[in-house]
Design a protein. Structure first.
Lengths: 335, 315
């Protein structure tokens, strides 16, 4: 089994799917082990309310992880997703609270703002040939600053738009199945995951996403406008970040302008645990989703066990290293 | 396959280690405190007070807070995990009181009393709020100022902001005390420096320039107080009595060096202690006052090294 594929995109894809499956199984097994382990360790862990709390905590990081996955598969990285999420939330605040426009326009504003920011990052990377790490680091700071400027460094509350908090806190599933009040934020996470997985595995855009990460030069030489596709992928990732912005703003019923730094690293951690390779060309949305769930289960479980906060951080770091090491060992053995 | 087994084993081992401390403590009353921060000296002092109370009353506490004061959603996740453990009561210092309301309501419905600490929550759910009485603390600063000035003179205030509860309380506590009790002291200026050292320095310099005959200045938080000290130093001003608020290395240094006459310090240890004590009382169905004053001290060169003061100062 090869880790980098230099042949044509189509045959690469089938190999990627095969390669990704093992890591997903591994990640899923770790998730199950964690769930069982925590359930045995604490009787309070496996309760409906706590499981819902974990899912709720996963929703924002999960959506961010999905967005970053796309960029990482192209061989790039996006450090700006945390502050971009906040920026989208602030713009939604401007549209809904400052301008008093109706709710759907606020939702649209978040997604479009994200797409625009993503397209900017993508252009910096593709057209100006700035390394993704630097381009998105710059974007991260620009967007953090703009959020503070636009909001006047104060949170923007959505009290005048009563339906807004329902986006994340309400439960459509709960209305149909009263025993299962899964918050809408979680439903949105799974819808975003499904849609993105479809785009990645069944469309031209997805195929180029993998191809760019595997061997950008050969794709370019075969006559493909790689710049355009790269910008499109960053823009798609940005619009997904916009959805994360809606989720967090809705959950907090406010756009918190200073929030956002540090969220990009947690999203990247989830992606890596899920088996997406940081060198590009390989990865899956399902893996990132499982990675985000592992992070949330771990954080929540350690808290429920009352592990001191200092140690929670240490354990989380160790798990990231273990997960990636296990993946690398498996690939080495497979060779 | 080997690697998978290794990972699984490692995960199980880490859980086993992690669960060890929790296993023996199931019968004790459990009171989690969800704070605004964790690694800052102020919050560590709050934690040490909470630990003291936990030991004294035989309850088990945990103390958690997000990495910084912007992470509102992380604080909510912490609150959710704390609720999952069926705690006897909860201590909560809200970063954004609105965002936490649904969970606080959930706690309320489950009959889990909530004690707010450090700052209040815009809700009637908390059984009580353990916090510094900023009005009384600033009034003490006014009394000390009047003492230094012999009851007559001109003073100015550099406040950290005009909208937050602490900003308003400290400013008004000082101004009202002067107005009510010291008719010969005139407040010539009240200005705002956002608690930022540099901005407060500029504000204080402007005040000193405009009022060359000024006798005293009061800074309402760490940044404001240090701004005043910087301004006096940069302009070579002498004979202006400076009184500050809170602590921190720069402020305690200024007091030791005689640049600042003294300062008010809150009692973070007391905040932690009173929160746990109140949580236990609320659990036992006792009625609590709406606000528990956790106390404050005035410190200067003479008492800065006393054990009582050292315990509440932080660098």
């Amino acid at each position: 089994m090869t880790t980098t594929a230099v042949d044509a995109p189509k045959s690469t894809l089938s190999k990627i799917i095969a390669a990704g499956t093992h890591q997903r199984v591994l990640a899923f097994a770790s998730l199950v082990v964690l769930l069982i382990g925590f359930s045995i360790a604490s009787p309070n862990f496996m309760q409906t309310s706590n499981m819902l709390a974990i899912l709720q905590a996963t929703s924002v990081n999960g959506v961010l992880a999905i967005a970053v996955t796309l960029v990482i598969i192209t061989g790039g990285i996006d450090l700006s997703v945390g502050t971009m999420m906040t920026f989208c939330a602030v713009i939604t605040g401007v549209v809904l609270t400052y301008a008093g426009l109706p709710l759907p326009l606020g939702v649209l504003a978040a997604v479009l703002t994200g797409a625009l920011c993503g397209a900017c990052s993508g252009s910096f990377v593709a057209k100006m040939a700035i390394p993704p790490f630097i381009a998105t680091l710059g974007m991260m700071l620009i967007l953090k600053g703009l959020s503070l400027v636009i909001s006047g460094t104060r949170p923007i509350y959505f009290n005048d738009t009563p339906g807004f908090s329902e986006i994340s806190r309400g439960s459509l599933i709960g209305e149909v199945l009263p025993g299962l009040p899964i918050p809408n934020g979680v439903l949105i996470l799974f819808i975003v995951a499904g849609a993105t997985a479809y785009i990645l595995n069944r469309t031209v855009l997805g195929r180029y996403c993998f191809a760019l990460g595997s061997n950008e030069e050969s794709v370019r030489l075969s006559g493909v406008n790689t710049d355009r596709w790269k910008i499109a992928i960053y823009a798609l990732a940005g619009s997904i970040v916009g959805i994360a912005g809606l989720l967090i703003a809705s959950r907090l019923n406010s756009a918190q302008p200073a929030l956002g730094l540090g969220y990009e690293l947690e999203a990247i951690a989830a992606v890596v645990i899920g088996g997406t390779s940081l060198s590009g060309g390989r990865g899956s949305i399902l893996g990132s989703l499982i990675g985000a769930l592992i992070m949330a289960v771990l954080t929540n479980g350690l808290r429920v066990l009352s592990v001191a906060q200092e140690w929670q951080t240490v354990v989380t770091g160790a798990i990231i290293i273990l997960a990636v090491y296990a993946d690398m060992m498996r690939r080495k053995n497979a060779k | 396959m080997l690697s998978r087994r290794t990972l699984v084993a490692a995960l199980s081992a880490s859980i086993a280690i992690a669960s060890a401390p929790a296993a023996f403590a199931q019968d004790e009353l459990y009171i989690p405190l969800v704070s605004k921060g964790f690694q800052h000296q102020f919050w560590q002092a709050v934690k040490s007070g909470a630990d003291q109370a936990a030991e004294e009353f035989g309850v088990r506490i945990t103390f958690e807070g997000p990495d910084n004061e912007t992470m509102v959603d992380r604080q909510i996740d912490m609150l959710a995990a704390a609720l999952a453990n069926n705690p006897a009561a909860i201590g909560f210092a809200a970063l954004d009181s609105q965002a936490a309301i649904p969970l606080l309501r959930q706690a309320h419905e489950a009959g889990i009393p909530v004690i707010a600490f450090d700052s209040g929550v815009d809700s009637d759910i908390p059984a009580s709020t353990a916090t510094t009485d900023n009005v009384a603390a600033a009034a003490l600063a006014a009394d000390k100022m009047a003492e230094f000035l012999g009851g007559t003179g001109k003073v100015a205030v550099v406040a950290h902001d005009q909208t937050s509860r602490t900003g308003i309380d400290r400013r008004d506590g000082f101004l009202n005390q002067i107005e009510a009790n010291y008719p010969n002291i005139e407040v010539v200026s009240v200005q705002y420096g956002a608690g930022d050292q540099l901005q407060s320095t500029e504000v204080a310099k402007a005040i000193l320039t405009a009022n060359p005959d000024l006798n005293g200045m009061f800074g309402t938080n760490e940044g404001s107080a240090i701004g005043i000290v910087n301004a006096a130093r940069e302009m070579g001003t002498e004979g202006v009595t400076i009184i500050g608020y809170d602590s921190g290395k720069a402020q305690t240094d200024a007091i030791r060096a005689g640049l600042m006459a003294g300062a008010i310090t809150q009692n973070p240890v007391g905040i932690g202690y009173e929160t746990v004590k109140a949580a236990l009382a609320a659990k036992n169905g006792e009625t609590l006052p709406a606000v528990i004053d956790t106390g404050f001290y005035y410190y200067d060169q003479s008492n800065i090294d006393n054990a009582e003061i050292q315990a509440v100062l932080y660098d």
